[in-house]
Design a protein around this ligand. Structure first.
Ligand code: MRU
Length: 351
């Protein structure tokens, strides 16, 4: 059983990941043969983006079971889960995927090792294929909101590279383009890690979608000049009240969109909604290495002796969000009520 997309490949005994640290100039791969190698790849951003790290961790869990030689299987797998979970704290998809793998393991403990291995591999592959289907559904639901001729601003990379394939925010753009709409994209470069300049631009260019990169501080001026019709971003975790954690800078873009009366859409699978988190301020925000701010393109840009901070995500309050586009439908305000309804399987209105 194998899976192969641009972002990842499961070979049956290893996870091959496109090294996103090297894009856009080198297409190189990192081969992970153990769960620790997968954990390192997630921590070091070889693979990044909430759904992609969730699915990578699921395959890491399978590799963890393959490594088991003797002793207490449950104890070993607890450690495997912990190693994979202790990589990046903000995207809930990581924990969602690992919990799902653990539930599958616990439901099959009575079986032999080879059989459990097959079941877990099947579950990880199912998760990966579901991710693509879910993104296509997000795309269909979201494309209906975009008008022919619109220019969309996006932040960070919520594309094929951030998922198993197709993307969430970029999935909406892809689906609109596939349906014949003429869509242009402005991609925020997304300092400090440059996911917009390096990754979003790379994958949209590959797809022949009209993309223009801007530095993060240009968004407000372009909005003021009437050059942006809507903003679409992804999410790393959504609280039950509708607050959204996403790449640092998302909050700034949302404030600007509100000021200029521009719709601000969040595109994410329902697995990004954390039922345990009531408001965005409970979401753990990852603080990354200062070097990401101190250096740009390998060159130091800050004088020695100056302090920097590097929060990797921020929280956009629900009042700044126009709608949340999911695979189950578009969630409109009041978010508190409609998020609960969508999670309970009730249909939510598509306007
Ligand atoms: O630090 P990253 O690159 O993993 O951050 C990614 C984002 O913030 C994405 O917008 C989010 O994970 C959604 S991806 C579909």
């Amino acid at each position: 059983m194998i899976l192969r997309t641009m972002t990842m490949e499961w070979t049956g005994d290893a996870l091959k990941l496109l090294d996103q640290r090297k894009l856009p100039f080198f297409e190189e791969y990192v081969m992970c043969r153990t769960h620790v190698e997968v954990a390192r790849a997630i921590k070091d951003m070889v693979v990044r983006g909430a759904p992609a790290i969730g699915v990578a961790a699921a395959f890491g869990y399978v590799l963890g079971l393959r490594e088991f030689a003797s002793g207490d299987l449950q104890e070993w797998m607890k450690k495997v889960k912990e190693n994979l979970a202790n990589t990046r704290p903000t995207a809930v998809n990581l924990f969602w995927a690992l919990d799902r793998m653990e539930r599958t393991l616990l439901g099959n403990l009575g079986k032999g090792r080879e059989e459990i291995l097959e079941i877990l591999e099947g579950e990880a592959l199912r998760m990966a294929r579901e991710d693509i289907e879910v993104n296509k559904a997000i795309g269909r639901n979201g494309a209906a909101l975009l008008k022919d001729g619109w220019t969309i601003l996006t932040h960070c990379n919520a594309g094929a590279l951030a998922t198993v394939d197709y993307g969430t925010a970029l999935g909406v753009i892809r689906a609109a383009v596939e349906s014949g709409k003429r869509i242009r994209v402005f991609a925020d470069e997304t300092r400090p890690y440059l996911q917009g300049a390096r990754l979003t631009a790379w994958e949209l260019l590959k797809d022949g979608i009209d993309v223009t990169v801007i530095t993060d501080n240009m968004a407000g001026w372009l909005m003021k000049k009437g050059l942006i019709n809507a903003v679409i971003v992804g999410a790393d975790r959504i609280a039950m009240n509708g607050d959204v954690a996403n790449k640092i800078g998302t909050y700034t873009v949302a404030v600007l969109a509100k000021k200029h009366g521009i719709p601000f859409f969040v595109a994410a699978p329902t697995s990004t909604i954390d039922p345990k988190i009531r408001s965005g301020y409970e979401i753990p925000i990852e603080e990354r290495s200062q070097d990401e701010v101190l250096f740009c393109g390998g060159n130091r840009v800050v004088p020695h002796g100056v302090k920097v901070v590097n929060p990797a995500f921020d929280v956009t309050e629900k009042d700044l969000v126009t709608a949340i586009i999911t695979e189950k439908g578009v969630i409109w305000p009041p978010f508190e009520e409609n998020i609960r309804r969508i999670l309970e399987g009730e249909p939510v209105g598509i306007r």
